[in-house]
Design a protein around this ligand. Structure first.
Ligand code: PMP
Length: 419
């Protein structure tokens, strides 16, 4: 499969070798690298991307959920073009940011006040710093398998991690987390959790687990932070809105910037208002591009004109249907492959039973995972090597049919290797 891939993609291969002279590994995002070399993408339109060798793919990577609107959505494009004609960076409050902030506060129930930054990583760093300042405490609890940004990554060894003293706990183990929170007592500033593990394999949190975190933190005064950088797309008011659990702070990013660089953090007014510069001892919050006009324009247009609550519900229903369909295909063949997830986000795993924790899906041998990925690419299905599949709004029934058919063919062809 690798040889066929290499032969079919000479231009991507050449570009990667060239790029690797200036950038270690040939690009600047570890997550985009795979062996033998990643495809270089030249263009995208709707839910399709074209690579440097001219092959067309249906894009199920969806920029790790940030590509919700698809490539060059006309409304987003129009909003960016309109903003562009008034200048790119202005260096003052602009006409769009307050409207965008208000739209986000309207939409996400736990977000009474919000501030912008430039990435999901930054939003989590600010939220955690705010929690530490608000509580005058030091430690932060996170969960194994969680991902909160390049320097807050708990799915494996990461020597760049831990800008804060961390306490680690197991995802979806309510009792243990509650016990650890109680034991940390007034040393623990915050608990940060994804309401569904995204990068960690699309494993939804059990509502009772999240509720236990809410209850335990309320007792000790630690702040509960929901990282909804990915999951805010899963329901009109994010997963916290859907589940009716109110964290103290919420972090946002990805598609909410309309496809441009974006992050935001918000939550309870009482905490967030400490950023008000008119207050004595206000917390500073800087960032040259925090209110950059193009992101504000794209994000506002996307949230208010495209991803309305009804559209969010419809997209996530389609995701549920696709996930069930993929699982039906694997089950009918008797193969231990499962798609986990919720709504418009899912991930393929080697597993046959229910998947509750990262440890339940640790099993896919790397060689098999890599092979399935190359097989799917060869059939025009562009997805992340780790098996994550995301929906975007431009996808139509034939695009989803195409993925299901390719999935069935690949499983059929490789059934002997999947045990
Ligand atoms: N939190 C979660 C849950 C994420 O999935 C990501 C990105 N994959 C981040 C934070 C970091 O966002 P960014 O890449 O924009 O820094």
């Amino acid at each position: 499969a690798e040889e066929r891939f290499t032969a079919a993609n000479p231009e991507s291969r050449r570009l990667h070798a060239e790029a690797a002279k200036a950038m270690p590994g040939g690009n600047t995002r570890t997550v985009l690298f795979y062996e033998p070399f990643p495809l270089t993408l030249a263009s995208g339109e709707g839910c399709h991307v074209r690579d440097a060798d001219g092959h067309l793919y249906t894009d199920f990577l969806v920029e790790y959920t940030a590509g919700l609107y698809g490539h060059s959505h006309p409304v987003i494009r129009g909003a960016i073009e309109a903003a562009l004609s008034d200048g790119i960076v202005l260096g003052g409050p602009n006409l769009l940011e307050a409207r965008f902030a208000a739209a986000l506060c309207d939409r996400f129930p736990a977000v009474e006040r919000i501030r912008f930054c430039n990435s999901g990583t930054e939003s989590n760093m600010f939220a955690l710093s705010a929690a530490r300042a608000a509580t005058d405490r030091d430690k932060v609890m996170a969960f194994r398998g969680g991902y909160h940004g390049g320097v807050l990554y708990f799915a494996g060894a990461n020597p760049l991690n831990a800008p804060f003293p961390m306490v680690m706990a197991d995802y979806n183990d309510a009792e243990n987390a509650a016990r650890q929170i109680a034991a940390e007592g007034d040393r623990l500033a915050a608990v940060i959790v994804e309401p569904m593990l995204g990068s960690g394999g699309c494993i939804p949190a059990e509502p009772a687990f999240l509720q236990a975190l809410r209850d335990a933190t309320a007792k000790t005064g630690a702040l509960l932070i929901f990282d909804e950088v990915m999951t805010s797309r899963l329901a009109p008011g994010g997963l916290h809105g859907e589940l009716g659990i109110t964290p103290d702070l919420v972090t946002l990013g990805k598609y909410l910037g309309g496809g441009l660089t974006f992050g935001a953090f918000g939550g309870r007014a009482e905490i967030m208002d400490r950023f008000d510069p008119r207050r004595p001892g206000a917390w500073p919050h800087a960032g040259t591009f925090n209110n950059n006009v193009l992101t504000m324009a794209a994000g506002l247009a996307g949230l208010t004109q495209i991803y309305t609550p009804d559209t969010a519900i419809a997209l996530n229903r389609r995701g549920d249907a696709l996930r069930n369909r993929l699982n039906g295909i694997a089950e009918a063949m008797g193969l231990p492959i499962r798609a986990t997830g919720r709504g418009s986000m899912m991930c393929l795993h080697a597993a046959s039973g229910p998947v509750r924790r990262p440890a339940d899906v640790a099993g896919m041998p790397k060689a098999l995972r890599d092979l399935l990925h190359l097989d799917l690419l060869e059939k025009g299905q562009y997805l992340a090597r780790r098996g994550m599949i995301n929906l975007s709004l431009p996808m139509e029934a034939p695009d989803l049919d195409g993925l299901a058919a390719a999935f069935a063919e690949v499983l059929e062809a490789r059934a002997g290797l999947i045990e």
